[in-house]
Design a binder for this molecule. Sequence first.
Ligand code: UD1
Length: 402
Amino acid sequence: MDRIAITGGAALQGTIPIYGAKNSALKLQAASLLAAQPLMLENMPDLADTRFMAQLLASLGVEITWIKETRTLRMAAGEIGSTIAPYDQVRKMRASFNVLGPLLARVGHATVSLPGGCAIGARPVDLHLKAFEAMGADIVIEQGYVKAAALRGLKGAEIEFPFVSVGATEHAMLAAALAHGDTVLRNVAREPEIVDLAECLNAMGARIEGAGESEIRIKGVTSLSGATHRVVADRIEAGTFAAAVGAAGGDVLLEGARAEHLGAMIAVLQQAGVAVEAEAKGLRVKRDGGRLKAVDFDTAPFPGFPTDLQAQVMAMLCFADGQSRIKETIFENRFMHAPELARLGAQIAVHGNEAVVTGVERLIGAPVMATDLRASVSLVIAGLAAQGETIVNRVYHLDRGL
Ligand code: UD1
């Protein structure tokens, strides 16, 4: 898909099933490396990123079967054939770096390219590496590669993260599951994806307690087995559709979406005048007539407002009555959608990590350029509520999933 043409102005109606979370699925896929028996993941999102991760795992020796009809991915890592994840693979998708911990824990060594910078900021992996060092791994960085070895196995450790990182928390959990002895992880991320990973690893025989709280305790086991696990519903996908309904108006049921994973987002939607109700099957989002109200919010680690929904909500607030202030506290360079939204007539002033959105009554469709995945979808949201036609170019980012 190269570009999306949108004729804006229609209210959104219907029911949308919410699939498994990409950000969870990628780490669950990496978990398959920890066991010789198959891991079956149900409700898998079939996206460029999850296919890409499956290819990387296949190159390491994991047998991959997609069962399309049931959205299930079967991964069997009977034997690890390679412990090298090359630059070309890790550069294209940062989550590929997450094979390092499982390889180190299962085989005792791995060579994985450093992910490098990306469009939304520097995004280092120092916390991941410090955690492995604390577990007794020798780490050398050479020619852009992390060479890690723990030939007699990883050891349990007490690790206090200096700040909250989703990726480092997950990576440390993956490695500690097979370490000798007990691990305590402090100041960890509490995202629903962390809980999902702990549930999957525990189904494989790991002994992890405290996921979803700020301290996780792991009793290392000598081996893990296969399991079947259903990937948690994607709160970012659900929140994205909710922002689209907020911007364009309408009445949509987000089937499978969970209110407890979207608390901060629901609060912002409600303050803006969008109705959100939990129903037995999911979340219903409604807005009929009436102008949206401006809202101020800061992004923060869970249970705070997710950075991955910031662009979408900014697009929605372009139509609000008054000024909204948005502070991005997780990543630098995460306002790249602002100048593109301005092409539709949005009024957004960016100062460092703060954006002030002065709402306008209408946006007018225009050609725009997608810069990263969430920025792309924010342009689609603006286009749905703008007058006339919006063409979003370079939407290949969107194929990667939200
Ligand atoms: C994950 C999500 C991403 C989301 C982010 C924050 C996946 C595949 N991606 O990314 O969509 O936006 O959580 O919710 O799950 N940092 C360091 N050193 C490290 C690790 C992180 O300085 O070793 C910094 C990062 O640059 C960033 C902050 O910590 O400023 C938080 O990043 P982190 O929570 O690790 O995000 P990811 O796991 O990369």
